[in-house]
Design a protein around this ligand. Structure first.
Ligand code: SAH
Ligand code: SF4
Ligand code: F3S
Length: 463
C-alpha cells in the first residue's frame, strides 16, 4: 500500500487545483481502537502527500466517530454542522465521516440527508479500503462532481487494516491491535454490532509488528482488543493471551507492555502468573466491573458475580501486591435500585480502585437493554452518578498517596502544558507524574522521587 503512485498523482492534481499542498486533519472520538485506526488514516494521508495538521480548517477533514453513548453521537453531529461554515469559505474542502457511528443502521442515510456537504462516508468494516476511497473522492473533486462517496458494509470481511501505513501519535509508544470485534454482547453495549464478531490476529504477525516498532524507537506498547483475554479463540493455531503476552515479553525489546481491555469472566490464572513474572509487563490492570450488584451484572450479561470479582482481585494482589487496578462503572442501568447502587459503592470501597471511568447508562437502539422495562430517569441516574464518583475519588486518592516518598521510573511523554520547564510522564502503574526537567528526556525512562500526591496524579523531583 505504501507508495501508491495513483494516489500520489491524484493528490498532486488536487494540490494544483487548490494552489497549495493540501492539508489534512483527523479528529478522533471514542476509545483506543479508534485512536489506533486514526493513526492509520493519518498514515495513508501522509503517504499520499497531504500535510497533517490539528486544525479543522484543513483541506481534508475526517471525523472518526464513536457511538458507545448517545452524547458521543450528538457531539459529532454538532461539530459537523460547524464544519459547514469552513466549507463555505473553502469550497474544495473534503469532509469525511467514518468509524463506529456509521455502522449503525440508517446513519449514512441521515448524514446524506441532513449533512449533504459531507463528501465521504465509510464504516469500520472497510477501513482498509481507505486508499481506494480517497482515490474515488479525489477523482470526483477533480472532475467537479458534487455527489458524495458512500460505502458502508454491513459485515466484517476477511480484510483488516493491518497493512496500511501508520503515523503514530508518539514516537516512543504505540498501540497494537491483537484482535478485532467482540462476541460478548453485554446487554447495554453497541460495540459488537458496529465492530463485528471477534477475530484475532496471528501471533507471528503481532510479534513482527512489535519488532518493527521497537526498531523504530518504540519503548512501550499497548495491546488492544475489546476483550484481550479471549485472544486466540478464532485462530487455527490455539494460543492463549497469556502465551502471546509471554512471547512478547521474551522476544521483543520493550520497557513496558500494557494491554486493554480485560473482561473479568476470562481472566486466567495463567495470565496472572505471566504478569507476575516479567518486569516489562506493567503492574496495572484495567478490569471493568460495571456494577457491584449481582442482579444488575446478570441483566448486563456479564457472566460473573461480585464474589467472583473479589476473588480475582484477591488473586491478583496475592501474585502482584503492588498492582494498580482501574475499572469502568456504569450507573442508571434499567431496573437499577438504590440498593444496587449501594452494592456498587460498597464494591468500590472494598476493592479500592486506583481509578475508575464512570458512566451514566445510555440507551443504544438495537441492544437488549434498550427494550428492558424500568429505564431510570436521568435525574435519579445523575444523583447516583455523583455518589459513585465520590467513592471513586476517595479510593483513588488513598491509593495514589501510597507512592509519596517512593522512587518511580517515569516514561517521559511530553512537555507540561501548564508549567514552563516541566515535563509530564507516566509510571508503570499508569499514573501521570509532573516534574521539572529538560525536553530532551521525552521518550526516555527516568527515575523520579514522588514528592506529592494530588489524588489522580503525582508531583515529583528527578533523582
Ligand atoms: N470492551 C470493554 C469496553 C468497551 S466500551 C469492556 O468490556 O470493558 C467502554 C466502556 O463504556 C464500558 O466498559 C462501559 O462501562 C461503557 N459503556 C458501554 N456501553 C455503554 C452504554 N450503553 N452506556 C453507558 N456506558 C457504556
Ligand atoms: Fe461491549 Fe461487553 Fe464487548 Fe466490552 S465486552 S465491547 S462492554 S459487549
Ligand atoms: Fe466507541 Fe467504537 Fe470504541 S463505539 S468506544 S470508538 S469501539
Amino acid at each position: 500500500m505504501i507508495g501508491d503512485n495513483q494516489l500520489h498523482k491524484l493528490t498532486d492534481l488536487f494540490a494544483g487545483m487548490i494552489g497549495h499542498r493540501p492539508t489534512a486533519c483527523v479528529v478522533t472520538f471514542g476509545c483506543q481502537m479508534n485512536a489506533r485506526d486514526s493513526e492509520k488514516l493519518r498514515g495513508v494521508l501522509d503517504d499520499a502527500g497531504f500535510k497533517l495538521t490539528d486544525n479543522e480548517k484543513a483541506d481534508f477533514v475526517i471525523y472518526n466517530t464513536c457511538t458507545v453513548r448517545e452524547n458521543a453521537n450528538t457531539r459529532v453531529y454538532g461539530r459537523l454542522g460547524q464544519l459547514k461554515n469552513y466549507k463555505k469559505k473553502n469550497p474544495h474542502m473534503i469532509l469525511a465521516v467514518c468509524g463506529c457511528m456509521i455502522q449503525e443502521p440508517g446513519a449514512a442515510q441521515i448524514i446524506r440527508k441532513k449533512l449533504p456537504f459531507v463528501d465521504l462516508v465509510f464504516g469500520t468494516f472497510n477501513l482498509y479500503e481507505f486508499p481506494a476511497l480517497m482515490k474515488e473522492v479525489l477523482g470526483k473533486k477533480l472532475a467537479g462532481q458534487e455527489e458524495p462517496v458512500i460505502d458502508v458494509w454491513e459485515k466484517e470481511s476477511s480484510g483488516e487494516a493491518d497493512s496500511l501505513p501508520s503515523k503514530r501519535t508518539y514516537a516512543f509508544k504505540a498501540g497494537v491491535n491483537i484482535m478485532y470485534g467482540c462476541n460478548n454482547f453485554c446487554s447495554y453495549c453497541i460495540v459488537p454490532y458496529v465492530r463485528g464478531r471477534e477475530r484475532s490476529r496471528n501471533k507471528q504477525d503481532i510479534l513482527n509488528e512489535i519488532n518493527r516498532l521497537t526498531q523504530d524507537g518504540v519503548r512501550e506498547v499497548m495491546l488492544l482488543g475489546q476483550n484481550v483475554n479471549s485472544y486466540g479463540k478464532t485462530l487455527d493455531e490455539k494460543v492463549s493471551f497469556a502465551e502471546l503476552l509471554e512471547s512478547i515479553a521474551v522476544e521483543c525489546d520493550l520497557n513496558r507492555i500494557r494491554f486493554m481491555t480485560s473482561h473479568p469472566k476470562d481472566l486466567s490464572d495463567e495470565l496472572i502468573d505471566v504478569m507476575s513474572r516479567y518486569d516489562s509487563i506493567c503492574n496495572h490492570l484495567h478490569l471493568p466491573v460495571q456494577s457491584g450488584s449481582n442482579k444488575i451484572l446478570q441483566r448486563m450479561n456479564r457472566h460473573y458475580t461480585r464474589e467472583a470479582y473479589f476473588e480475582l482481585v484477591e488473586k491478583l494482589r496475592g501474585a502482584i501486591p503492588d498492582i494498580s487496578l482501574t475499572t469502568d462503572i456504569m450507573v442508571g442501568f434499567p431496573g437499577e435500585s438504590r440498593e444496587d447502587i449501594e452494592d456498587t459503592i460498597d464494591l468500590i470501597r472494598q476493592v479500592g480502585f486506583d481509578n475508575a471511568f464512570t458512566f451514566i447508562y445510555s440507551k443504544r437502539t438495537g441492544t437488549p437493554a434498550a427494550s428492558m422495562p424500568d429505564q431510570i430517569d436521568p435525574q435519579t441516574a445523575s444523583g447516583w452518578f455523583d455518589q459513585v464518583l465520590e467513592a471513586v475519588h476517595e479510593t483513588a486518592a488513598a491509593r495514589c498517596a501510597r507512592f509519596t516518598g517512593t522512587d518511580q521510573a517515569v516514561l517521559v511523554e511530553d512537555r507540561n502544558r501548564h508549567r514552563g520547564g516541566w515535563l509530564t510522564g507516566r509510571t508503570q502503574h499508569n499514573l501521570l507524574v509532573h516534574f521539572e526537567g529538560p525536553a530532551d528526556l521525552i521518550g526516555t525512562c527516568v527515575p523520579v522521587e514522588i514528592t506529592e500526591s494530588k489524588g489522580f496524579y503525582l508531583i515529583g523531583r528527578r533523582v
